[in-house]
Design a protein. Structure first.
Length: 198
């Protein structure tokens, strides 16, 4: 198999997973429910808080930035925060309390009742994300999981499972789902500012 063949195979596999996502009505409805939870939080004056490890940390930053800056069109910033960005915070908590408490400790300090926590874990088994999910009920924070087909996330309010167990395919779905949510929250909050509405 040549390099070109391998590239085409990767594209085909990515499309195949996206087709499974498109056909999964339950998942699409779950994404809509998660989006509604974020819209309701923002309307109350609350915010979305994102977290993940590795590539999912980059996705957490990416999605928080889409909220705060802009996505499809110019509008006021939407309140959002990534817990994966502050190296001093990460290393202090990791050193003092252990890496599994990394997001829990930040969530306890930063979250307010009515906020939404979006934990991104391709395996569905990341201990630091799971510990944060466990604290959400006590903190009165709505929980949303972006994950793949693995892991037990029974206590999470909204579970958005990419239809794959392969990390790259899961991550590709996560950024698509994240973009869908960003676009819809932006439209519901500020649709009157969209260029085609002007």
């Amino acid at each position: 198999m040549t390099t070109i063949d391998r590239f085409k195979q990767s594209i085909a596999k990515s499309i195949e997973v996206k087709q499974q996502l498109l056909a999964d009505e339950a998942l699409i409805h779950a994404v809509a429910a998660a989006t509604d939870a974020i819209v309701a939080a923002v309307k109350r004056g609350n915010r979305a808080i994102f977290a993940g490890n590795g590539g999912s940390a980059a996705d957490a930053q990416h999605l928080a930035a889409e909220f705060v800056s802009r996505f499809e069109f110019d509008r006021p910033g939407l309140p959002a925060l990534s817990l994966s960005t502050d190296t001093s915070m990460i290393t202090a908590i990791g050193n003092d309390y252990g890496y599994e408490r990394l997001f829990l400790r930040q969530l306890q300090a930063q979250a307010r009742p009515g906020d939404v926590f979006v934990g991104i874990t391709t395996s569905g088994k990341s201990p630091n994300v799971l510990r944060a999910f466990e604290a959400c009920k006590e903190l009165q924070v709505t929980s949303i999981a972006l994950c793949g087909l693995g892991g037990d996330l029974a206590g999470v309010d909204h579970v958005l499972r990419a239809p794959s167990r392969h990390t790259p395919r899961i991550q590709e779905c996560h950024i698509l789902l994240g973009h869908m949510i960003c676009a819809e929250v932006e439209l519901q909050m500020f649709g009157h500012l969209a260029p085609n509405q002007a």
